[in-house]
Design a protein around this ligand. Structure first.
Ligand code: HDD
Length: 721
């Protein structure tokens, strides 16, 4: 048992009880004004005569309209588009030797959490499926106060110093003169900035990879990016990188699919998270740590303080210490998901910062942004942000203060209040910053140890499978293809050539450009570099690890394949084989997956046995990009669908996006009208055929194939763009 502060709390419901103090439910209650006056007529304003002017006296109208006029608050400057859920964190492998953090001490200990996932560049109403980094933030309501993990689904960042953050975001956001494009990095200002910032080379490899178009928030890794410190009871520090590994594996969609999802369902990720939790498929992640002793700080060829670098798992393995389960959807989007305020500076005793200059800048930015977004220094009192451990201090007043501080004393030291609230000794849980020795000149500059910009970019690219490399090349052709300024395209090719010559050449081939012989130097407006502050000359330090399996999504074998929570489109029409549909639905259900009936019309289909089965979606209201696999059961009547262009698009897209297509009995005839009809006998493992409906292995084979996620070999014959 830890000697300081309170005994371990193990109450995963504590935050829900706390939130319930503010919940309001109007069921079977009279309508009132905000002042509690019952309303008799909510449909008509007060007028001088039925056709006359409205009266200023109408306090009911004025209150309603005024409140409506003020409903909106500024959206987050970045990460505006997001979705959140409640859950808990459970310790599976305590590490008291590294950290005294109270919520990480005992096996089975549970802490309530609220987690928000987001895109970065788009506005609140933008598509979930933009090519973008995803935010991954977890608010831990611990017994010792709030701990916020504020990370991304990518372990490194674009820039090394927080002072470049406004520049980066101005470059990626819609261009200021015409506010275009929305939620997209494929435009001139972004690539102009990136092409002049070689430190972003490593991050660019990740953002152009399929990590930037995840299949689901539930299928993304999470990373704290910066190196933090863990502090133990002996006040010893260890460096730590924090990881989240999804139980469902890390999966993505393909770019053409992403574009179509954005049109079919811009809320794709939000809906996916909501429905999974609603159906009891609670998303789960393991939390892992990479621990580096203080003595090893300078052991690596990169600097631990440089946020454009990760620690390859081959050098320091990830130790799993706990798991997070999200098991409850919010009651109210605005009150919870919109008003939640994360801050990497919200730490508890046992966790501390390093001198990473990006992190140091973030420590300022997050409180500042809440002041403009939520409007008051009392944002910590908003229920979703409220600590479940008691708060007492001498901070007072401000807009919308909720707490009623009793007594006459609001200063320290005081004698009138017994000098309360009192300070805590470290042994009693008082936070004390790590006693790091700093002895240096004040300097506006960057460490030489930050100047390798290409070593880990190479490692990332080299660690990808050929399929993943091709996707990166195509992503860059797309993005740079949208750039209008030729000089920016060429400058980017210069950057890419320093990562990998084949990569640069293939991107250049797609753009019909020539890779420049030497990369362009930054513009200094005639001032010689020695008279300017700023960066070191970029260089490339070979990584001591040449290939890292963990960096590839396809190669990374950390989880057993599962189809849990995946969705299968079951193609139907009147005359469909009822038994085949029921068998498949049952087989999917056993694997916690879901089969949905798609037919040319909504309502019901009449089966071969004369029964009725409800249709979930029509081909008009749905698309195969919203499903993980397609199943075509047998039965008379399905053949007619081959004349329907929507049905053919549905199947052709499923094939193009490398998804499993299962077909039984007469259903095979439907494939004859598809663009891949000639591929069916070619042994494509992703097309599972059951010649007769009695084949009992069919569902098992189909499910096993789905576990592979996608069949990439198909891409070889598809497009060369
Ligand atoms: Fe940030 C939001 C993650 C660098 C300034 N950031 C924000 C969110 C995430 C991150 C996940 C959304 C939180 C939520 O869901 O409400 N940010 C990162 C990561 C970074 C990073 C992983 C690099 C390692 N950020 C960064 C820098 C700065 C900011 C360098 C400023 C100097 N970030 C902000 C912000 C936001 C924010 C402006 C906008 C809304 C908010 O904070 O609450 O303060």
């Amino acid at each position: 048992m830890k000697q300081n502060s309170t005994p371990f709390n193990n109450d995963q419901e504590a935050k829900q009880r706390d939130l319930s103090l503010n919940k309001s439910d109007g069921t079977n209650k009279p309508l009132t004004t905000n002042q509690g006056v019952k309303v008799n007529d909510d449909n008509n304003s007060l007028k001088a005569g039925e056709r006359g002017p409205s009266l200023l006296e109408d306090f009911i109208l004025r209150e309603k309209i005024t409140h409506f006029d003020h409903e909106r608050i500024p959206e987050r400057i970045v990460h505006a588009r997001g979705s959140g859920a409640h859950g808990y964190f459970e310790v599976t492998n305590p590490i008291p030797q590294f950290t005294k953090a109270g919520f990480l001490q005992e096996v089975g200990q549970r802490t309530p959490v609220f987690t928000r996932f987001s895109t970065v560049a788009g506005s609140r109403g933008s598509t979930d499926m933009a090519r973008d980094v995803r935010g991954f933030s977890v608010k831990f309501y611990t017994q010792d106060g709030i701990y916020d993990f504020v990370g991304n689904n990518i372990p490194v960042f674009f820039i090394q110093d927080a002072t470049k953050f406004p520049d980066l975001i101005h470059a990626v956001k819609p261009e200021p003169h015409n506010e275009m494009p929305q939620a997209a990095s494929a435009h001139d200002t972004f690539w102009d900035f990136i092409s002049l910032m070689p430190e972003s080379a490593h991050m660019i490899m990740w953002v152009m990879s399929d990590r930037a178009i995840p299949r689901s928030y539930r299928m993304m890794e999470g990373f704290g990016v910066h190196t933090f410190r863990f502090i133990n009871e002996q006040n010893e520090s260890h460096f730590v990188k924090i990881h989240w590994k999804p139980k469902l594996g890390t999966h993505a969609v393909v770019w053409d699919e992403a574009l179509k999802i954005s049109g079919n369902d811009p809320d794709f990720h939000r809906r996916d998270l909501w429905e999974a939790i609603d159906m009891g498929n609670f998303p789960e992640w393991e939390m892992g740590v990479q621990i580096v002793p203080e003595a090893d700080e300078h052991k690596f060829e990169f600097d631990l303080l440089d946020p454009t670098k990760m620690i390859p798992e081959e050098l320091v393995p990830v130790t799993i210490i706990g798991k997070m389960v999200l098991n409850r959807n919010p009651d109210n989007f605005f009150a919870e998901t919109e008003q939640v305020a994360f801050h990497p500076g919200h730490v508890v005793p046992g966790i501390d910062f390093t001198n990473d200059p990006l992190l140091q800048g973030r420590l300022f930015s997050y409180t500042d942004t809440q002041l403009s977004r939520l409007g008051s220094p009392n944002f910590h009192e908003i229920p979703i942000n409220r600590s479940i451990s008691p708060t007492h201090n001498n901070q007072r007043d401000g807009h919308m203060r909720q707490e009623i501080n009793v007594g006459r004393v609001s200063y320290s030291p005081n004698s009138l209040g017994g000098d309360c609230p009192y300070q805590s000794r470290i042994a009693d849980g008082g936070f004390a910053s790590y006693n790091e020795r700093v002895d240096a000149h004040k300097v506006r500059g960057r460490s030489e140890s930050f100047s390798d910009h290409f070593g880990q970019a190479k490692l990332f690219f080299n660690s990808q499978t050929q399929t993943e490399k091709d996707h990166i090349i195509r992503a860059l052709r797309f993005e740079l293809g949208k750039v209008e300024t030729m000089a920016i395209r060429v400058r980017m090719l210069g950057i890419l050539s320093q990562i990998n010559t084949e990569l640069a050449q293939k991107v250049a081939d797609g753009l019909r450009l020539v890779v420049p012989a030497s990369p362009e130097q930054p513009m200094n407006h005639g001032v010689s570099p020695e008279n300017l502050g700023g960066e070191q000359e970029p260089k490339s330090v070979p990584s001591s690890v040449e290939f890292s399996q963990a960096l590839s999504m396809i190669n990374n074998p950390t989880v057993t394949p599962t189809i849990a929570s995946r969705k299968v489109a079951i193609i139907c029409a009147d005359g469909v084989d009822e038994q085949a549909v029921l068998d498949m639905k049952m087989a999917l259900l056993k694997e916690s997956a879901k089969g949905c009936l798609i037919a040319p019309y909504l309502g019901k289909v009449i089966t071969d046995k004369g029964g009725e089965m409800p249709v979930d979606f029509s081909f008009l209201t749905s698309s195969s990009v919203l499903f993980d696999a397609v199943y075509i059961p047998g039965g008379q009547g399905l053949n007619e669908l081959s004349q329907d262009a929507d049905v053919m698009d549905f199947l052709n897209d499923a094939y193009r996006h490398c998804k499993v297509i299962g077909v039984q009995g007469q259903g095979i005839e439907l494939l004859s009208g598809t663009s891949f009809a000639n591929k069916i006998d070619n042994g494509d493992e992703g097309i599972v055929i059951g010649a007769d409906t009695e084949n009992t292995d069919f569902a098992a084979n189909f499910i096993a194939a789905m576990g592979n996620h996608r069949f990439w070999s198909r891409e070889a014959g598809l497009s060369n763009n």
